[in-house]
Design a protein around this ligand. Structure first.
Ligand SMILES: Cc1cc2nc3c(=O)[nH]c(=O)nc-3n(C[C@H](O)[C@H](O)[C@H](O)COP(=O)(O)O)c2cc1C
Length: 363
């Protein structure tokens, strides 16, 4: 069943429109610098994240694992990530923890010189669900060892869980379970499309996580993905839920500003190109994360993924040049302009919390 679900997720993401209706990155604009007074050749995009050096603030976000085609996709992503020098997250490793014979579909990313490898386990799996045992620190450790991970993403996907037929609907005790894992292993708390609020970021920081992937609204909607699965399976009520919650969540740029509680931040959700990467850095991201944008290339070859990543880095450099930034530190100090539907979200965040990064000293 897990195998079929993973295959469905890939097929649906490739063949249907699973995007949220609005991509909020379009509302983040830069003032153009007509005379940049730097040379493109001077621009340096490298960063350090979780103690590892990346050639650019880019992470390939968790996508897949646990069935045959996933091995090919993961191989292509890892080869390209190693060649370019960006981070790589693997898809949920639950399948291989439950059935070790599937481990090879994840292990394939090992030995490819990927500078930062991120393992992946779902938060719902850390507590007992209907008829299922909970994963503990040992299962999490095995997941990390399986792929030589530098850090473990614990993904929060309760939006998806309410729409999928086999959803895990228990959430009580999850935070404590994350706290236990984070006391033993380096953890990246990761949302998968609905974003992280200020309160949630504070709670996660206090639980001991090492970083937050805000995984906000604006890109792949898992409610949409599950809508198509429900429609295919004739699950009328889940189909309806999928449609209703298609655009649920906190937009990624807002979440980025809200989640700035002193931990490294990854901005995933709707990142399409190097300009979006630049936008996310100017809003405080230590790195951008992207899944859907790279998926199609990953189903072709490692060369296709590499080509796509090189273009994204060129776009990032273009944005840095036109804002006069020689390095990523400069880019973090650029003051973007917030326009469109994004503006009231940012105003609401400021009213509620007072100290939202983007508005701090920038307005
Ligand atoms: C086909 C597919 C499968 C995914 N599987 C996982 C997963 O197993 N674990 C996880 O943490 N996120 C998973 N994600 C979520 C992504 O890592 C990312 O957070 C989300 O797609 C938003 O980024 P995007 O707009 O660039 O696609 C998946 C995304 C896609 C498209």
């Amino acid at each position: 069943m897990v195998k079929q679900r993973k295959a469905d997720h890939i097929d649906i993401s490739l063949n249907e429109n699973v995007n949220a209706d609005y991509n909020y990155w379009d509302d983040i604009r830069f003032y153009h610098k007509a005379l940049p007074e730097i040379d493109v050749s001077e621009i340096e995009t490298s960063i350090e994240l979780f103690g590892k050096k990346l050639s650019a603030p880019i992470i390939i976000s968790a996508i897949t694992g646990g069935y045959d085609k996933a091995e090919f996709i993961n191989h292509n992503l890892a080869v390209a990530a190693g060649r370019i020098g960006v981070g790589l997250g693997i898809g949920s490793q639950r399948a291989a923890i439950e059935k070790p014979a599937l481990a090879h579909t994840y292990e394939v990313i090992k030995g490819k010189n990927v500078p930062l490898v991120i393992g992946n386990i779902g938060a719902p799996q850390l507590i007992p669900q209907e008829g299922k045992k909970a994963f503990g620190v040992e299962e999490c450790r095995s997941a990390m060892e399986m792929v030589d991970a530098d850090i473990l993403a614990i993904h929060m996907n309760y939006l998806q869980e309410i729409v999928q037929p086999e959803g895990d609907l228990k959430a009580r005790g999850c935070l404590n379970a994350i706290r236990k894992v984070a006391a033993e292993l380096p953890v990246l708390a990761k949302e998968t499309g609905a974003g992280i609020s200020r309160e949630m970021a504070e709670v996660l920081r206090d639980a001991g996580v090492k970083g937050i992937d805000v995984g906000g609204l604006g890109g792949t909607s898992f409610s949409a993905v599950e809508y198509y699965r429900a429609r295919k399976g004739g699950e009328e009520s889940l189909e309806r839920l999928g449609k209703t919650f298609w655009n649920w969540g906190i937009p990624t740029p807002v979440s980025l500003s809200l989640a700035d509680v002193g931990l490294p931040l990854v901005a995933t959700g709707g990142i399409r190109n190097g300009l979006d990467v630049a936008r996310s850095v100017s809003l405080g991201a230590n790195s951008a994360g992207m899944a859907k944008r790279l998926l199609e290339a990953a189903t072709r070859s490692a060369d296709s993924v590499e080509k796509e990543l090189r273009l994204i880095v060129e776009e990032l450099k273009g944005a840095m040049f036109l804002t006069g930034c020689v390095n990523i530190r400069d880019l973090r100090n650029v003051c973007p302009i917030i326009t469109g539907p994004m503006a009231p979200w940012m105003d609401a965040a400021r009213l509620r919390h007072g100290s939202v990064r983007i508005l701090n000293g920038h307005s």
